[in-house]
Design a protein around this ligand. Structure first.
Ligand code: GLU
Length: 429
């Protein structure tokens, strides 16, 4: 349940396909070896800086008290304030939150924004909580981790099952404690209280740009290219809509209730309308029902896993027929699956690059909050576009120069950037 304390490198043989920290560490080890990373830096970067566990008492609507467990992990803050979302989910573990915090560290370095990496999580089923319970949970969790939070130290954002409203409660709770409104303590806020235009769509927009760049690299057209998107939340639904707008044919979508498949294309606006009314895709008449597992193995050109971790594993990687995978989710592919995908010539745009659009616009939001001056949506989208295009080109160039795949290149590039900062700053003793 906790991050390993030993420094022995993990190997693919002893991998635990279910453990996201292992999945992260295996890629880290491989990249560190290829980089000939200084052994002392290797030791530092293998460990999270800080792991906080809190018990969160919440008075439920029925008068009972329940105690939830929450985490906030700061993996590395050498490049700037810790940055990363907070998720509410029953599957949350300290191991998972630590892996996600490490991924945030590499992600911020890949797109070269001045942040370290963090993540938070509360073990709960938010779908079973009333709005009042959710608010009390959020405020007490915020108060419990308040020492770490701050525009210069640790800046949360939305993640799985959290949204703008949750961010507004975090901002308000922090501001009440500090006796003044502090917008830059959290990103992904509603626009009325300092959120950035374009933030909600930013992750999906970044995924779309990644797909476009990958297709260009492979000499594949946009028009008529078939794509399957797993996950229809903030990332998957926006990516699907923007890819459709680019001329691709979205033949399959899914959420936790299952998926739909239509070889002629699904109208994403219709699917969005259905979900707005019925909450989930279940029953959506735009295609034939399929399972989430079947979606991954469809005969498509592009696959966008934009739901949760560990969906592409050693077991199903060999059955994937897509030529391109753009990872909208964090950690959807296990380390064991990487080699199989590579052998089969699948071009993978890794999570720390493909879904970095969200944190990039979070950075823009933080900058706007600190400036007190707000940008138009066109400016936000143009700057996001520039960051994604430059980062994709950096990783591709790195991959070609070092003869490695895009994932290994993204890890190498980001670890190199974090290590360079550590070398300059030295070890405080
Ligand atoms: N939760 C998002 C991610 O995994 C966004 C994090 C942020 O904006 O800080 O990248």
């Amino acid at each position: 349940m906790h991050a390993p304390t030993q420094d022995a490198p993990s190997t693919l043989e002893n991998s635990d396909e279910e453990n996201p920290f292992e999945a992260m560490m295996q890629r880290f080890d491989m990249a560190a070896e290829l980089l000939h990373l200084d052994p002392n830096l290797y030791k530092i970067l293998r460990h999270p800086e800080k792991q906080i566990t809190v018990s969160i008492p919440v008075m439920m609507d029925n008068g009972d008290l329940e105690v939830f467990t929450g985490y906030r992990v700061l993996y590395n803050t050498s490049r700037g304030p810790a940055k990363g979302g907070i998720r509410y989910d029953l599957q949350v573990t300290l191991d998972e939150v630590t892996a996600l915090a490490a991924w945030m560290t590499w992600k911020c370095a890949v797109v070269d924004i001045p942040f370290g990496g963090a993540k938070g999580g509360v073990i709960c089923d938010p779908f079973k909580l009333s709005k009042g319970e959710l608010e009390r949970l959020t405020r007490r969790y915020t108060a419990s981790i308040i020492e770490t939070l701050g525009p210069e130290s640790d800046v949360p954002a939305p993640d799985v099952n959290t949204n703008e409203q949750v961010m507004a409660w975090i901002m308000d709770t922090y501001s009440m404690h500090h006796r003044h409104t502090t917008t830059a303590v959290v990103t992904g806020k509603p626009i009325a209280i300092g959120g950035s235009r374009g933030r909600r769509e930013a992750t999906g927009r970044g995924v779309m740009i990644s797909v476009r760049e990958a297709l260009r690299e492979l000499g594949m057209p946009l028009h008529g290219t078939r794509v399957a998107v797993q996950g229809f939340g903030n990332v998957g639904s926006v990516a699907a809509r923007l890819l459709e707008r680019e001329g691709l044919t979205v033949v399959a979508i899914s959420d936790k209730t299952g998926g739909v498949y239509n070889p002629h294309g699904i109208y994403i606006d219709e699917a969005l309308g259905w979900v707005a009314e019925h909450r989930f895709l279940e029953g959506f008449p735009g295609g034939e029902p399929i399972t989430n597992e079947e979606l991954l193995e469809l005969d498509v050109d592009v696959l966008v896993p934009a739901a949760l971790e560990n969906v592409i594993t050693r077991k199903n990687a060999g059955n994937i027929r897509a030529r391109v995978i753009a990872e909208g989710a964090n950690g959807p592919t296990t380390a064991g699956a990487d080699a199989i995908l590579e052998e089969n010539g699948v071009f993978v745009v890794p999570d720390i690059l493909a879904n970095a659009g969200g944190v990039t616009v979070s950075y823009f939001e933080w900058v706007q909050n600190r400036e007190g001056y707000y940008w138009t949506e066109e400016v936000v989208n143009q700057r996001l576009h520039d960051v994604m295009i430059r980062s994709f080109a950096d990783v591709l160039q790195y991959a070609k120069t070092h003869g490695v795949n895009m994932r290994t290149a993204a890890y190498m590039l980001s670890i190199d950037r974090v290590a360079a900062v550590h070398r300059l700053r030295g070890v405080y003793a």
